[in-house]
Structures are given as C-alpha cells and as structure tokens.
Design a protein around this ligand. Structure first.
Ligand SMILES: [Zn+2]
Length: 479
C-alpha cells in the first residue's frame, strides 16, 4: 500500500513536470528585432479579422468542435503559450481552423487567425511536423510580417501590396477577365503574400524557439519543410512553397538554433496517439477539393461578378483593328466613355468589358480577353489613391501571374481628377505573345475606386494607342 502511494506520487510528479516544464530549452535563443511597421498590433488584429470573414466564405473549414478542429485548436494553444515572452502581446487573437482542402497549405492572417489545410495534416509524418509548420506561421504573426510587408511595400514594384485583405499564403488562379469577380468586386482580396527570404529565416528561427519551448524537437519543423518539398515535386498541390520561399539552409539554421537553445532533443515529443487518430479520420473522409476549386465555386456564387461571354466566342489569332469612329457608352449614371464602335460590350455587376470579336473568350474556364478595355468600380476600403491602386494592382497581379509592373505610377488626370497610371507587361499564356496592360485608377468622392484596364499584345500596341488615349480623354465621371 505504501509503495503504491509512493509510485503514484512519483508518477504524478512526472506528469506535473511534463505539463509545467516542457522546457527542453536551457538557453536563450537568437533575438529577432521587429521589422519596421507603421501599423499597430490592434490594426493587425482588425485587418486579420476582416480578411478572415472573407477567407472563410471562400474556403470551407471543418466544423467547429469536430475532432480535427478541437485537436488543431489545442495544439495551437500549446504553441501560442510557448511564444517567448518578449514576442507575446495580449492583443493577438489566435484562432485555428482546418480548411477542408487537399493542397499542402497553411496560412496565417495578421493578428492571429490561422488555417491549416486538411492536406497538410494528412501529409505530416507526426505531430512534431504539424506543430512545426504551425510554429512557423505563428512566428509570421507575432513578428507581424504581414503589416511589415505592407509598410515596406508602398511601391507596386514590391512583390504584392499587403493590406486589409492580405491573405498570407493563399492562392487563386485566374486571368484578367476573372479578376473582376475574384480580386476586386467581391472584395475577397485574396492576395498571395509572398514572404521575403529574410522573413522566412526569422520565422524559422522563432519557430524553432516556440517548438522547443512547447516540448517539440525543432528539427521536426525542418522535417515538415522536407515533407512539403518532397510532396511538391512540381505538383500544384503545394501552395505553401509559393508564399514561403526557401531561404536556403533551412535545416542547418534550425539545427543551429536548437544547439544555441541547448535543446534536450532526447526528451522531445514527436508524436501523439491523438495526431494519428485525427490523421486517420481525415484520410477516411471524402476527398477534399483544391483551394482553386473552392475559389472558383465561391466566385461563381458571387453572381453578377463574372463577365459572361457568349458560349461560341473564342480567341482568334488576328482581330479587327479599332474603328476610327466612336460610340458613347454610359455606365448607369456613374460614368460615360467613348469606345471604337466595333468593340462589343459585356457588362458585369460593377464593370464593363469592351473588346472586338475574336479578342474575348474562355480560357481554362475563365473569361479572358486579349485586346480591349475594362472600365469599372471597386471598393478599395481606403481613401488613399496610391494605397487603393496598390490593392487593385495587387489583385491584378495575383490573378495574372505572368504580368510584372514596369516602373512606377505615372500621375495623370481622368476627367480632371488626379489619377495614377501603371504599365504591366508579360508574356500572355493565352496568345503566347508579350502583352501590355495599362491600368488607370482614380478615387471617387463616394469612396469607390474608378479604374480602366487597357489590354493589347505589344506588337499591336501602336494601332491601339489612339483608341486607348481617346477613350481615357472622353471619360466623364459622376461621383
Ligand atoms: Zn514562412
């Protein structure tokens, strides 16, 4: 009897030791100074929440309080509790959800909402690997990389402007025609936030510290990156790599940090029964769709947003030159514009596309056009013209990955208002030719951004310049 009590108390002490001292860490880790950031932590939280509402409309999460959801939430809590004190802030609002998507992806929004794809959980070899990718994402949140990127990225030259709707690490495809519904009109604002390599290094180092402090082996984080890389092998299922570029020497850096922390790796937790159980149950579920499929479905559900071309329309090699006679088009009572009279028009909810026959059609299920112009309005959720234009251009680039901004914004005027113009150039996957896209944007008093997008293959741009400049000059805006 006595012996038993004794054993019991010893076991109990072990349990207490495990719970209260998961510290395998004996030393301080590398200090990471915060990047320059013009946003407050509260703004991070607010921006992330706004984005989360949109994100969850597009990408279905597994039900609240399902096994997988509860499991991820509790794993997330453990990691959050292990954030080194100097990076903690009570304003952060961490929240963990499983997205029912097949892709290997995990995304974190500013301020704390985090999503791990079902595909990522299924691919992880053990709980340590899953904890690894989560610790990495948590690090992006606490180091505030989303808004640091926005602070850094005032120029449209920078990868992509981050902003309210910045979704860290999500991607949806599409082409120019599709952007109206996807990027702008619905305001879904799913921008691929591509972290810079220095952000990646920081997230790896802090992630290693969080891992160790939570009782995991930091090397399992490196293991997850290898799993992602391996599953990658050119597969489009790996979205994570496109937003978290490999800074090189990942494993070595994590190993170094573990050494610096003097981590007792032998005592680290690698796996749990619960992880195995959740992973098995996810594997037994019906196959998950891809994020792309979800995004397309969401877009289609936002009726009126997508430009509809007649089903017999198709892209042709050569199209009619712009007529030298013009007709006037009036968009509600909002604006008027003159366009060549051989351009047809296709109205969507908040935009109209003008294009000659043969220049519009469908490509990979998306409405696209190769010559012509879109005029539209979008709610940019800011009154600052440059910021609004950054957001808009960001969504264009997101949906048209082949385009690159050329130089900086040019100041110009549309109907006596200050406007910004920017050229984007790239090889069109549709025509195989270099395409020139000119984007103009102007702020309206009602808070909307008025924009014009002009598209032409570079080798025909000479023939379109007059039509394009006439159109811009003819614009009259009411608002
Ligand atoms: Zn990252």
């Amino acid at each position: 009897m006595k012996t038993k009590v004794c054993e019991r108390s010893i076991n109990w002490m072990l349990v207490v030791a495990l719970i209260t001292m998961p510290m395998l860490v004996l030393a301080q880790g590398t200090k990471i100074p915060l990047q320059k950031n013009k946003y407050t932590v509260e703004q991070d939280v607010q921006l992330g929440r706004q984005a989360a509402v949109e994100y969850e409309k597009a990408f279905q999460t597994l039900p609240e309080n399902s096994d997988a959801d509860n499991y991820l939430e509790s794993l997330g809590r453990q990691l959050v509790a292990a954030i080194p004190r100097e990076y903690q802030n009570p304003a952060f609002r961490f929240d963990f959800d499983v997205i029912n998507a097949r892709d290997l992806n995990a995304s974190a929004l500013p301020g704390g909402p985090m999503y791990v794809n079902r595909g990522m959980v299924e691919a992880a070899a053990n709980e340590g690997e899953l904890a690894g990718v989560m610790a990495h994402e948590i690090s992006h949140v606490v180091l505030r990389h989303g808004t640091a990127n926005a602070t850094r990225g005032q120029s449209p030259k920078y990868q992509l402007p981050a902003l309210g709707g910045a979704i860290l690490g999500a991607i949806i495809g599409g082409n120019l025609g599709g952007l109206i519904s996807q990027g702008t009109q619905t305001g879904i604002g799913i921008y691929l936030l591509k972290y810079s390599r220095d952000y990646e290094r920081e997230a790896d180092v802090l992630g290693a510290q969080i891992m160790a402090r939570a009782g995991y082996d930091p090397l399992d984080m490196a293991g997850m990156f290898q799993t992602i890389q391996k599953e990658g092998g050119g597969s489009s299922m790996v979205e994570w790599l496109s937003s978290h570029p490999d800074p090189g020497k990942r494993s070595e850096r994590i190993q170094q940090e573990a050494t610096k922390l003097r981590v007792n790796r032998a005592a680290a937790r690698h796996n749990t029964e619960e992880f195995n159980r959740v992973k098995e149950s996810l594997r037994r579920m019906a196959p998950a769709p891809t994020m792309q499929q979800m995004a397309e479905k969401y877009t289609a559900s936002q009726q009126g947003g997508t430009t509809q071309y007649p089903s017999d329309s198709r892209i042709e090699q050569s199209v009619q030159q712009p007529s030298s006679t013009y007709r006037s088009y009036t968009g509600g009572n909002l604006f008027a514009v003159n366009v060549p009279d051989n351009w047809e028009q296709f109205e969507a909810q908040n935009a109209v596309t003008f294009a000659p026959r043969g220049a519009y059609g469908t490509y990979q299920g998306q409405p696209v056009f190769t010559h012509g112009m879109i005029v539209g309005l979008v709610n940019p959720q800011t009154q600052n013209l440059e910021e609004a234009s950054d957001r808009f251009v960001g969504s264009l680039l997101q949906n048209n990955g082949y385009l690159q901004p050329q130089g900086r914004y040019q100041r110009t005027r549309i109907d006596r208002r200050v406007a910004l113009g920017l050229a984007l150039v790239g090889r069109s996957p549709i025509t195989g030719q270099t395409e020139v896209v000119r984007v103009y944007s102007a702020m309206l008093q009602n808070g909307l951004l008025f924009y014009v997008i002009q598209v032409v293959p570079q080798n025909q741009s000479g023939r379109y310049n007059r039509a394009f400049s006439n159109a811009i000059r003819s614009i009259r805006i009411n608002g």
